[in-house]
Design a protein around this ligand. Structure first.
Ligand code: SAM
Length: 273
């Protein structure tokens, strides 16, 4: 029952109430036989249950604790994000989502990757592609100061041969209420990338409803049914609206990721009939 899942407060309260009730019930049933016997039986029953619960709670790790899962993924990501200090703030992709993403890149053999919005994900994907020995990441970045900091980090990590970081300040874009990356940036990606295996949409900053809408129409010519499109943060109203608009304009299949903390969506283009 989801309301009584392992490690939850509901489960604890439920079982404590059950123990208390069984204690009282045992006492009330045995008291007519002999009062002293009823007290002894109830205390023995409570002791037995407490010993059993201590044994169970020691042997069942709280595997469903979301914070523990995040921590576990952060540890598993260390080969890709460890070593140098990286700005792993609330702006960065959640460790759960980043872990699933880099695993998917490795398992599916994605090699040409385009990212909207640079950060910790850029370093992790760049390091993975270097480890795999082939592939290239093109990353569009709107913010000049952030771009310069990321460029210095990529250089210090020796990733400039694997990652092309493009500074593309926001410019007006039809249908995107707060603009989108300067189109020379997108043209640079289009000239270099050819077929895109993975389009990761985690920027520009989500300041208006359709801030992230243009990524799909702009890169659609380089995507096909074999490409994966990833849109982060679809639990937020803006990104949810972007997903709905994409769905209305393109034939899409959305693969549900129920355990993604921020609703990172995996999207496939369907063949146009
Ligand atoms: C959602 S963030 C992109 C995060 C990136 N894909 C990652 O996983 O780390 C969108 C934009 O926020 C800005 N940004 C990223 N990390 C930041 C940080 N730690 N602090 C401030 N701004 C950040 C950058 O301009 C970036 O393009």
């Amino acid at each position: 029952m989801p309301i009584l899942k392992y490690g939850s407060r509901n489960r604890l309260v439920f079982f404590l109430a059950l123990i208390a009730l069984s204690f009282v019930a045992l006492y009330l049933v045995t008291r007519p036989l002999a009062e002293r016997f009823a007290v002894v039986a109830a205390i023995a029953w409570a002791t037995l249950i407490i010993v059993y619960m201590m044994y169970r709670w020691r042997s069942i790790p709280p595997v469903y604790d979301p914070q523990l899962i995040e921590l576990r993924h952060l540890v598993e990501l260390q080969p890709l994000v460890g070593g140098a200090f990286l700005p792993f703030s609330g702006w960065a992709m959640s460790p759960n989502d980043l872990f699933r993403l880099v695993s998917t890149i490795q398992v599916e053999g994605y090699r040409t990757i385009v990212e909207c919005g640079s950060g910790v994900s850029t370093i992790a994907i760049g390091r993975l592609l270097r480890q795999l020995g082939s592939g290239h990441l093109y990353s569009l970045e709107e913010d000049k100061a952030w771009h310069d900091m990321m460029a210095a980090t990529l250089a210090a990590e020796g990733l400039t041969g694997v990652v092309t970081l493009i500074h593309a300040p926001l410019e007006p874009y039809p249908g995107a209420d707060a603009g989108w990356y300067a189109l020379e940036g997108a043209r640079q990606v289009q000239a270099g990338a050819g077929h895109i295996d993975l389009l990761l949409v985690d920027g520009p900053k989500s300041v208006a409803t359709y801030s992230r809408y243009p990524a799909l129409p702009e890169f659609t010519g380089q995507l096909d049914e074999n490409s994966l499109i990833v849109l982060d943060d679809t639990r937020r109203p803006n990104e949810s609206a972007v997903l709905e608009r994409w769905r209305a304009e393109f034939p899409l299949r959305i693969e549900d990721q129920p355990d993604s903390p921020r609703g990172q969506a995996y999207i496939r283009l369907l063949p146009r009939s």
